[in-house]
Design a protein around this ligand. Sequence first.
Ligand SMILES: *Cc1c(COP(=O)(O)O)cnc(C)c1O
Length: 475
Amino acid sequence: MQYISTRGNPDRKRFCEILLEGLAPDGGLYLPVAYPQVDAALLAALRRVYHEQGYAALAFEILSLYIDDIPAEDLRALCAKTYTAEVFGTGEIVPLRHLQEGVWIEALSNGPTLAFKDMAMQLLGNLFEYELARRGEEINILGATSGDTGSAAEHAMRGKKGVRVFMTSPFGRMSPFQQAQMFSLQDANIYNIAIRGVFDDCQDIVKAVSNDLEFKRKYKIGTVNSINWARLLAQVVYYFAGYIQATDNDQQKVSFAVPSGNFGNVCAGHVARQMGLPIDKLVVATNENDVLDEFFRTGVYRVRGTADTHETSSPSMDISKASNFERFVFDLLGRDGARTKALFGEGLSQTGRFDLSADPAFSQAASRYGFVSGRSTHANRLDTIRRTFDQHGMVIDTHTADGLKVALEHLSPGVPMVVLETALPIKFAATVVEALGREPDRPPQFEGIEALPKRVLVMDADVAGVKAIIERECA
Ligand SMILES: *Cc1c(COP(=O)(O)O)cnc(C)c1O
Protein backbone atom coordinates (compact mmCIF):
# COMPACT_ATOMS: atom_id res chain seq x y z
CA MET A 1 0.00 0.00 0.00
CA GLN A 2 1.24 3.45 -0.88
CA TYR A 3 0.28 6.77 0.66
CA ILE A 4 -0.28 10.17 -0.92
CA SER A 5 -0.76 13.69 0.38
CA THR A 6 -4.16 15.41 0.26
CA ARG A 7 -2.47 18.41 -1.39
CA GLY A 8 -1.43 16.74 -4.60
CA ASN A 9 2.30 16.20 -4.15
CA PRO A 10 3.04 13.26 -6.50
CA ASP A 11 5.39 11.48 -4.05
CA ARG A 12 4.23 8.13 -2.78
CA LYS A 13 5.33 6.68 0.51
CA ARG A 14 4.97 3.45 2.41
CA PHE A 15 3.50 2.96 5.85
CA CYS A 16 6.70 2.94 7.91
CA GLU A 17 7.94 6.07 6.13
CA ILE A 18 4.91 8.08 7.25
CA LEU A 19 4.60 6.39 10.66
CA LEU A 20 7.05 8.77 12.35
CA GLU A 21 6.10 11.82 10.26
CA GLY A 22 3.46 14.45 10.87
CA LEU A 23 2.24 16.49 7.93
CA ALA A 24 3.32 15.65 4.40
CA PRO A 25 6.04 18.02 3.10
CA ASP A 26 3.43 19.99 1.11
CA GLY A 27 1.39 20.60 4.26
CA GLY A 28 -1.23 17.96 3.43
CA LEU A 29 -2.27 14.83 5.30
CA TYR A 30 -1.47 11.29 4.23
CA LEU A 31 -4.09 8.91 2.89
CA PRO A 32 -3.78 5.55 1.14
CA VAL A 33 -3.86 5.78 -2.68
CA ALA A 34 -7.08 3.72 -2.52
CA TYR A 35 -9.14 2.18 0.25
CA PRO A 36 -8.85 -1.63 0.27
CA GLN A 37 -12.26 -3.13 -0.37
CA VAL A 38 -13.93 -5.50 2.06
CA ASP A 39 -16.29 -7.68 0.01
CA ALA A 40 -18.90 -10.06 1.41
CA ALA A 41 -16.46 -12.96 1.73
CA LEU A 42 -13.86 -10.87 3.57
CA LEU A 43 -16.44 -9.35 5.90
CA ALA A 44 -17.71 -12.83 6.78
CA ALA A 45 -14.12 -13.92 7.41
CA LEU A 46 -13.48 -10.89 9.65
CA ARG A 47 -16.62 -11.70 11.63
CA ARG A 48 -15.31 -15.22 12.23
CA VAL A 49 -11.86 -13.94 13.19
CA TYR A 50 -13.37 -11.54 15.73
CA HIS A 51 -15.63 -14.19 17.29
CA GLU A 52 -13.06 -16.98 17.31
CA GLN A 53 -9.80 -15.13 17.93
CA GLY A 54 -10.75 -11.74 19.32
CA TYR A 55 -9.98 -8.07 18.83
CA ALA A 56 -6.20 -8.30 18.40
CA ALA A 57 -6.59 -10.79 15.55
CA LEU A 58 -9.22 -8.56 13.90
CA ALA A 59 -6.84 -5.61 14.25
CA PHE A 60 -4.10 -7.60 12.54
CA GLU A 61 -6.35 -8.51 9.60
CA ILE A 62 -7.42 -4.91 9.03
CA LEU A 63 -3.98 -3.37 9.55
CA SER A 64 -2.46 -5.87 7.09
CA LEU A 65 -4.62 -4.41 4.35
CA TYR A 66 -2.71 -1.14 4.80
CA ILE A 67 0.76 -2.17 6.02
CA ASP A 68 3.03 -4.20 3.77
CA ASP A 69 6.41 -3.11 5.08
CA ILE A 70 6.27 -4.91 8.43
CA PRO A 71 6.52 -8.72 8.25
CA ALA A 72 3.11 -10.28 8.95
CA GLU A 73 4.26 -12.20 12.01
CA ASP A 74 5.77 -9.07 13.55
CA LEU A 75 2.60 -7.09 12.94
CA ARG A 76 0.50 -9.88 14.42
CA ALA A 77 2.72 -9.88 17.52
CA LEU A 78 2.46 -6.08 17.86
CA CYS A 79 -1.36 -6.29 17.77
CA ALA A 80 -1.39 -9.15 20.27
CA LYS A 81 0.89 -7.24 22.62
CA THR A 82 -1.28 -4.11 22.37
CA TYR A 83 -4.86 -5.30 22.67
CA THR A 84 -4.88 -7.35 25.86
CA ALA A 85 -7.43 -7.71 28.65
CA GLU A 86 -4.73 -6.52 31.01
CA VAL A 87 -4.38 -3.15 29.23
CA PHE A 88 -8.02 -2.64 28.20
CA GLY A 89 -9.87 -4.06 31.16
CA THR A 90 -11.88 -6.73 29.32
CA GLY A 91 -11.12 -9.56 26.91
CA GLU A 92 -13.62 -8.05 24.47
CA ILE A 93 -11.55 -4.81 24.45
CA VAL A 94 -14.52 -2.77 23.06
CA PRO A 95 -17.72 -4.37 24.42
CA LEU A 96 -21.12 -3.04 23.31
CA ARG A 97 -23.58 -2.16 26.05
CA HIS A 98 -27.26 -2.05 25.25
CA LEU A 99 -28.86 1.24 26.23
CA GLN A 100 -32.38 1.27 24.79
CA GLU A 101 -34.32 -0.06 21.81
CA GLY A 102 -31.92 0.24 18.86
CA VAL A 103 -29.21 2.16 20.73
CA TRP A 104 -25.89 0.80 21.95
CA ILE A 105 -22.83 2.29 23.62
CA GLU A 106 -19.46 1.00 22.39
CA ALA A 107 -17.00 1.10 25.30
CA LEU A 108 -13.72 2.52 24.01
CA SER A 109 -12.49 3.99 27.26
CA ASN A 110 -11.20 1.22 29.44
CA GLY A 111 -7.55 1.67 28.51
CA PRO A 112 -4.87 3.09 30.81
CA THR A 113 -6.08 6.73 30.66
CA LEU A 114 -9.83 6.05 30.43
CA ALA A 115 -10.35 7.77 27.07
CA PHE A 116 -10.68 6.37 23.55
CA LYS A 117 -7.32 7.84 22.54
CA ASP A 118 -5.68 4.84 24.22
CA MET A 119 -7.14 2.61 21.48
CA ALA A 120 -4.78 4.10 18.91
CA MET A 121 -2.00 5.48 21.07
CA GLN A 122 -1.19 2.13 22.70
CA LEU A 123 -0.61 0.63 19.26
CA LEU A 124 1.41 3.67 18.19
CA GLY A 125 3.73 3.20 21.18
CA ASN A 126 4.49 -0.36 20.12
CA LEU A 127 4.84 0.55 16.42
CA PHE A 128 7.24 3.39 17.27
CA GLU A 129 9.42 1.18 19.45
CA TYR A 130 9.50 -1.51 16.76
CA GLU A 131 10.35 0.81 13.87
CA LEU A 132 12.92 2.85 15.79
CA ALA A 133 14.73 -0.32 16.87
CA ARG A 134 14.71 -1.55 13.28
CA ARG A 135 16.29 1.72 12.10
CA GLY A 136 18.56 2.16 15.11
CA GLU A 137 17.07 5.62 15.66
CA GLU A 138 15.55 7.65 18.46
CA ILE A 139 12.71 10.16 18.59
CA ASN A 140 11.85 13.00 20.94
CA ILE A 141 8.12 13.57 20.99
CA LEU A 142 7.21 17.14 21.81
CA GLY A 143 3.58 17.88 22.46
CA ALA A 144 1.07 20.26 23.97
CA THR A 145 -1.97 18.99 25.81
CA SER A 146 -4.92 20.23 27.77
CA GLY A 147 -5.69 16.71 28.96
CA ASP A 148 -6.52 13.51 27.09
CA THR A 149 -3.94 13.50 24.31
CA GLY A 150 -0.96 14.09 26.55
CA SER A 151 -1.82 11.46 29.08
CA ALA A 152 -2.67 8.88 26.40
CA ALA A 153 0.67 9.59 24.71
CA GLU A 154 2.65 9.35 27.94
CA HIS A 155 1.01 6.11 28.99
CA ALA A 156 1.63 4.66 25.53
CA MET A 157 5.29 5.70 25.34
CA ARG A 158 6.38 5.14 28.95
CA GLY A 159 9.35 2.81 29.11
CA LYS A 160 9.54 2.49 25.31
CA LYS A 161 13.08 2.21 24.00
CA GLY A 162 14.22 4.98 21.67
CA VAL A 163 11.39 7.34 22.69
CA ARG A 164 11.34 10.36 24.99
CA VAL A 165 8.18 12.40 25.55
CA PHE A 166 8.30 16.11 26.41
CA MET A 167 4.72 17.13 27.14
CA THR A 168 3.79 20.73 27.83
CA SER A 169 0.50 21.55 29.56
CA PRO A 170 -1.00 24.74 30.99
CA PHE A 171 -0.03 24.92 34.67
CA GLY A 172 -2.98 24.40 37.02
CA ARG A 173 -5.57 24.21 34.25
CA MET A 174 -6.16 20.48 33.97
CA SER A 175 -8.43 18.65 36.39
CA PRO A 176 -6.66 17.18 39.45
CA PHE A 177 -7.40 13.70 38.06
CA GLN A 178 -5.86 14.51 34.68
CA GLN A 179 -2.81 16.10 36.30
CA ALA A 180 -2.35 13.04 38.46
CA GLN A 181 -2.61 10.73 35.44
CA MET A 182 0.33 12.51 33.81
CA PHE A 183 2.46 13.83 36.63
CA SER A 184 2.49 10.64 38.68
CA LEU A 185 4.42 8.80 35.96
CA GLN A 186 7.94 8.18 37.23
CA ASP A 187 9.35 6.75 33.99
CA ALA A 188 12.72 8.20 33.04
CA ASN A 189 11.65 8.82 29.41
CA ILE A 190 8.61 10.95 30.28
CA TYR A 191 9.02 14.68 30.94
CA ASN A 192 6.08 16.76 32.13
CA ILE A 193 6.54 20.48 31.56
CA ALA A 194 3.82 22.66 33.11
CA ILE A 195 3.81 26.10 31.50
CA ARG A 196 2.62 29.19 33.36
CA GLY A 197 0.06 30.16 30.73
CA VAL A 198 -2.80 28.75 28.68
CA PHE A 199 -2.99 25.88 26.22
CA ASP A 200 -2.25 28.20 23.27
CA ASP A 201 1.06 29.18 24.91
CA CYS A 202 1.99 25.49 25.02
CA GLN A 203 1.03 25.02 21.38
CA ASP A 204 3.04 28.09 20.39
CA ILE A 205 6.12 26.64 22.07
CA VAL A 206 5.72 23.36 20.17
CA LYS A 207 5.32 25.27 16.90
CA ALA A 208 8.34 27.47 17.57
CA VAL A 209 10.56 24.50 18.37
CA SER A 210 9.33 22.57 15.32
CA ASN A 211 9.89 25.60 13.08
CA ASP A 212 13.56 25.65 14.09
CA LEU A 213 14.42 23.09 11.41
CA GLU A 214 18.00 22.66 12.51
CA PHE A 215 16.99 21.95 16.10
CA LYS A 216 14.18 19.69 14.88
CA ARG A 217 16.56 17.61 12.77
CA LYS A 218 19.36 17.50 15.33
CA TYR A 219 17.09 16.34 18.15
CA LYS A 220 14.72 14.24 16.00
CA ILE A 221 11.64 16.09 17.19
CA GLY A 222 8.41 14.31 16.37
CA THR A 223 4.74 14.45 17.33
CA VAL A 224 1.91 12.04 17.99
CA ASN A 225 -1.07 14.26 17.21
CA SER A 226 -4.28 13.02 15.69
CA ILE A 227 -3.26 13.67 12.09
CA ASN A 228 -0.91 10.68 12.35
CA TRP A 229 -2.21 8.10 9.87
CA ALA A 230 -1.33 5.12 12.10
CA ARG A 231 -3.58 6.50 14.84
CA LEU A 232 -6.44 6.89 12.43
CA LEU A 233 -5.91 3.40 11.05
CA ALA A 234 -5.93 1.83 14.51
CA GLN A 235 -9.33 3.46 15.09
CA VAL A 236 -10.83 1.86 11.96
CA VAL A 237 -10.69 -1.50 13.75
CA TYR A 238 -13.27 -0.64 16.42
CA TYR A 239 -15.82 0.38 13.79
CA PHE A 240 -15.57 -3.18 12.46
CA ALA A 241 -15.75 -4.62 15.99
CA GLY A 242 -18.78 -2.44 16.79
CA TYR A 243 -20.51 -3.44 13.56
CA ILE A 244 -19.89 -7.12 14.12
CA GLN A 245 -21.24 -6.98 17.68
CA ALA A 246 -24.35 -4.99 16.73
CA THR A 247 -25.39 -7.36 13.92
CA ASP A 248 -25.78 -11.05 13.33
CA ASN A 249 -25.44 -10.99 9.57
CA ASP A 250 -23.54 -8.89 7.04
CA GLN A 251 -26.63 -7.60 5.22
CA GLN A 252 -27.58 -5.35 8.14
CA LYS A 253 -26.57 -1.72 8.38
CA VAL A 254 -25.41 0.13 11.47
CA SER A 255 -25.03 3.86 12.21
CA PHE A 256 -22.34 5.34 14.44
CA ALA A 257 -22.57 8.52 16.50
CA VAL A 258 -19.21 10.11 17.28
CA PRO A 259 -18.38 12.88 19.78
CA SER A 260 -16.10 14.96 17.56
CA GLY A 261 -13.40 17.58 17.86
CA ASN A 262 -10.52 17.23 15.43
CA PHE A 263 -12.49 14.80 13.23
CA GLY A 264 -9.97 11.99 13.87
CA ASN A 265 -12.38 9.50 15.37
CA VAL A 266 -15.20 9.94 12.85
CA CYS A 267 -12.70 10.07 9.98
CA ALA A 268 -11.79 6.49 10.88
CA GLY A 269 -15.51 5.70 10.51
CA HIS A 270 -15.43 7.31 7.08
CA VAL A 271 -12.48 5.10 6.12
CA ALA A 272 -14.32 1.98 7.36
CA ARG A 273 -17.39 2.98 5.34
CA GLN A 274 -15.28 3.59 2.22
CA MET A 275 -13.82 0.11 2.66
CA GLY A 276 -17.34 -1.25 2.34
CA LEU A 277 -18.36 -1.79 5.97
CA PRO A 278 -22.18 -1.48 5.85
CA ILE A 279 -22.45 1.79 7.76
CA ASP A 280 -25.65 3.73 7.22
CA LYS A 281 -25.01 7.11 8.86
CA LEU A 282 -21.97 8.68 10.46
CA VAL A 283 -23.40 11.09 13.02
CA VAL A 284 -20.97 13.90 13.84
CA ALA A 285 -21.74 15.31 17.30
CA THR A 286 -20.14 18.56 18.42
CA ASN A 287 -20.50 20.71 21.52
CA GLU A 288 -20.83 24.51 21.43
CA ASN A 289 -17.67 24.51 19.29
CA ASP A 290 -19.71 23.57 16.26
CA VAL A 291 -17.30 24.09 13.35
CA LEU A 292 -18.16 20.64 11.97
CA ASP A 293 -21.90 20.80 12.58
CA GLU A 294 -21.99 24.11 10.74
CA PHE A 295 -20.21 22.57 7.76
CA PHE A 296 -22.47 19.54 7.48
CA ARG A 297 -25.57 21.73 7.81
CA THR A 298 -24.54 24.59 5.52
CA GLY A 299 -21.46 23.71 3.46
CA VAL A 300 -19.49 26.53 5.08
CA TYR A 301 -16.30 25.66 6.92
CA ARG A 302 -15.31 28.51 9.22
CA VAL A 303 -12.28 28.38 11.50
CA ARG A 304 -13.01 30.05 14.83
CA GLY A 305 -10.82 32.67 16.45
CA THR A 306 -9.68 32.39 20.06
CA ALA A 307 -12.51 34.63 21.28
CA ASP A 308 -14.99 32.38 19.45
CA THR A 309 -13.67 29.12 20.90
CA HIS A 310 -15.60 28.20 24.01
CA GLU A 311 -14.37 26.43 27.12
CA THR A 312 -17.02 23.79 27.67
CA SER A 313 -17.78 20.87 29.95
CA SER A 314 -16.73 18.50 27.15
CA PRO A 315 -13.29 20.08 26.86
CA SER A 316 -11.68 17.45 24.63
CA MET A 317 -13.99 18.67 21.84
CA ASP A 318 -13.11 22.36 22.28
CA ILE A 319 -11.49 23.04 18.92
CA SER A 320 -11.27 26.07 16.66
CA LYS A 321 -10.56 24.00 13.55
CA ALA A 322 -10.73 20.27 12.87
CA SER A 323 -7.27 19.09 11.94
CA ASN A 324 -8.33 15.85 10.21
CA PHE A 325 -11.19 17.35 8.24
CA GLU A 326 -8.99 17.88 5.17
CA ARG A 327 -8.91 14.11 4.65
CA PHE A 328 -12.66 13.91 4.18
CA VAL A 329 -12.83 17.00 1.97
CA PHE A 330 -10.16 15.47 -0.27
CA ASP A 331 -12.40 12.43 -0.78
CA LEU A 332 -15.53 14.59 -1.13
CA LEU A 333 -13.87 16.58 -3.94
CA GLY A 334 -13.09 13.39 -5.84
CA ARG A 335 -9.52 13.36 -4.51
CA ASP A 336 -8.63 16.60 -6.25
CA GLY A 337 -5.35 17.55 -4.53
CA ALA A 338 -5.08 20.93 -6.24
CA ARG A 339 -8.54 21.97 -5.04
CA THR A 340 -7.92 20.64 -1.55
CA LYS A 341 -4.70 22.62 -1.46
CA ALA A 342 -6.48 25.77 -2.58
CA LEU A 343 -9.13 25.37 0.14
CA PHE A 344 -6.92 24.39 3.08
CA GLY A 345 -3.64 26.09 2.16
CA GLU A 346 -3.41 29.82 1.64
CA GLY A 347 -7.16 30.24 1.26
CA LEU A 348 -7.90 29.15 4.78
CA SER A 349 -5.02 31.01 6.37
CA GLN A 350 -6.10 34.23 4.62
CA THR A 351 -9.87 34.19 5.00
CA GLY A 352 -10.40 31.55 7.70
CA ARG A 353 -13.25 29.98 5.76
CA PHE A 354 -14.42 28.28 2.60
CA ASP A 355 -17.86 27.71 1.21
CA LEU A 356 -18.90 24.56 -0.64
CA SER A 357 -22.64 25.20 -0.33
CA ALA A 358 -23.05 25.81 -4.07
CA ASP A 359 -20.83 22.89 -5.05
CA PRO A 360 -22.65 19.72 -6.17
CA ALA A 361 -20.10 17.75 -4.14
CA PHE A 362 -21.47 19.18 -0.90
CA SER A 363 -24.83 17.41 -1.19
CA GLN A 364 -22.93 14.13 -1.45
CA ALA A 365 -21.56 14.53 2.09
CA ALA A 366 -24.91 13.20 3.24
CA SER A 367 -26.20 11.26 0.24
CA ARG A 368 -23.04 9.46 -0.75
CA TYR A 369 -20.90 9.52 2.40
CA GLY A 370 -23.62 9.19 5.05
CA PHE A 371 -22.66 12.23 7.14
CA VAL A 372 -25.22 13.97 9.34
CA SER A 373 -24.54 16.16 12.35
CA GLY A 374 -25.80 18.02 15.38
CA ARG A 375 -24.58 19.98 18.37
CA SER A 376 -25.22 20.04 22.06
CA THR A 377 -24.85 22.49 24.91
CA HIS A 378 -23.96 22.29 28.58
CA ALA A 379 -27.67 22.10 29.45
CA ASN A 380 -28.13 19.25 26.95
CA ARG A 381 -25.22 17.37 28.50
CA LEU A 382 -26.62 17.67 32.01
CA ASP A 383 -30.02 16.57 30.77
CA THR A 384 -28.64 13.61 28.80
CA ILE A 385 -26.46 12.44 31.71
CA ARG A 386 -29.45 12.67 34.04
CA ARG A 387 -31.89 10.86 31.76
CA THR A 388 -29.40 8.12 30.95
CA PHE A 389 -28.89 7.50 34.63
CA ASP A 390 -32.57 7.72 35.59
CA GLN A 391 -33.83 5.53 32.75
CA HIS A 392 -30.98 3.05 32.33
CA GLY A 393 -28.88 3.27 35.48
CA MET A 394 -25.82 4.08 33.36
CA VAL A 395 -23.44 6.97 34.11
CA ILE A 396 -21.88 8.47 30.97
CA ASP A 397 -19.28 11.18 30.57
CA THR A 398 -19.89 14.62 29.07
CA HIS A 399 -18.42 13.83 25.62
CA THR A 400 -20.38 10.62 25.29
CA ALA A 401 -23.45 12.62 26.33
CA ASP A 402 -22.88 14.96 23.38
CA GLY A 403 -22.77 11.89 21.14
CA LEU A 404 -25.90 10.34 22.60
CA LYS A 405 -27.89 13.57 22.45
CA VAL A 406 -27.23 13.95 18.74
CA ALA A 407 -27.57 10.21 18.05
CA LEU A 408 -31.17 10.25 19.31
CA GLU A 409 -31.98 12.93 16.70
CA HIS A 410 -30.90 10.61 13.88
CA LEU A 411 -32.41 7.20 14.64
CA SER A 412 -33.84 5.14 11.77
CA PRO A 413 -36.12 2.18 12.46
CA GLY A 414 -34.30 -1.13 12.12
CA VAL A 415 -30.82 0.39 12.00
CA PRO A 416 -28.85 -0.05 15.24
CA MET A 417 -27.23 3.18 16.42
CA VAL A 418 -23.85 2.70 18.09
CA VAL A 419 -22.68 5.65 20.19
CA LEU A 420 -18.94 5.72 20.74
CA GLU A 421 -18.03 6.24 24.40
CA THR A 422 -14.96 8.45 24.28
CA ALA A 423 -14.16 8.78 28.00
CA LEU A 424 -15.21 7.44 31.38
CA PRO A 425 -17.19 9.82 33.62
CA ILE A 426 -14.54 9.89 36.37
CA LYS A 427 -12.35 12.02 34.08
CA PHE A 428 -14.97 14.77 34.04
CA ALA A 429 -16.38 14.25 37.51
CA ALA A 430 -17.37 17.86 38.25
CA THR A 431 -20.04 17.96 35.53
CA VAL A 432 -21.30 14.50 36.42
CA VAL A 433 -21.71 15.70 40.01
CA GLU A 434 -23.53 18.75 38.72
CA ALA A 435 -25.94 16.50 36.80
CA LEU A 436 -26.43 13.66 39.28
CA GLY A 437 -25.41 15.00 42.64
CA ARG A 438 -23.04 12.08 43.07
CA GLU A 439 -19.46 11.20 42.21
CA PRO A 440 -18.98 8.80 39.30
CA ASP A 441 -17.38 5.44 40.06
CA ARG A 442 -13.63 5.37 40.12
CA PRO A 443 -11.93 2.21 38.81
CA PRO A 444 -9.95 0.68 41.70
CA GLN A 445 -6.54 1.21 40.11
CA PHE A 446 -7.17 4.99 40.22
CA GLU A 447 -7.95 5.19 43.94
CA GLY A 448 -5.96 8.00 45.50
CA ILE A 449 -3.88 8.90 42.45
CA GLU A 450 -4.12 12.61 43.26
CA ALA A 451 -1.92 11.99 46.30
CA LEU A 452 0.90 10.21 44.44
CA PRO A 453 4.28 11.95 44.15
CA LYS A 454 4.43 14.21 41.08
CA ARG A 455 7.21 14.47 38.53
CA VAL A 456 6.77 17.81 36.77
CA LEU A 457 8.79 20.87 35.92
CA VAL A 458 6.99 24.22 36.16
CA MET A 459 8.28 27.06 34.00
CA ASP A 460 7.32 30.24 32.15
CA ALA A 461 6.23 30.13 28.51
CA ASP A 462 9.78 30.21 27.22
CA VAL A 463 10.87 28.49 24.00
CA ALA A 464 14.56 28.59 24.89
CA GLY A 465 13.83 27.02 28.26
CA VAL A 466 12.02 24.07 26.68
CA LYS A 467 14.79 23.62 24.13
CA ALA A 468 17.32 23.62 26.96
CA ILE A 469 15.50 20.77 28.68
CA ILE A 470 15.52 18.70 25.49
CA GLU A 471 19.23 19.41 24.91
CA ARG A 472 20.09 18.47 28.47
CA GLU A 473 18.17 15.20 28.41
CA CYS A 474 19.61 14.15 25.06
CA ALA A 475 23.19 14.93 26.03
C1 LIG B 1 -10.09 13.56 21.69
C2 LIG B 1 -11.45 13.37 22.23
C3 LIG B 1 -12.61 13.61 21.46
C4 LIG B 1 -12.54 14.14 20.04
O1 LIG B 1 -12.02 13.22 19.12
P1 LIG B 1 -11.53 13.71 17.68
O2 LIG B 1 -10.84 12.54 17.10
O3 LIG B 1 -10.60 14.88 17.92
O4 LIG B 1 -12.73 14.11 16.91
C5 LIG B 1 -13.85 13.36 22.02
N1 LIG B 1 -13.96 12.93 23.29
C6 LIG B 1 -12.89 12.71 24.08
C7 LIG B 1 -13.10 12.27 25.47
C8 LIG B 1 -11.59 12.91 23.58
O5 LIG B 1 -10.52 12.69 24.36
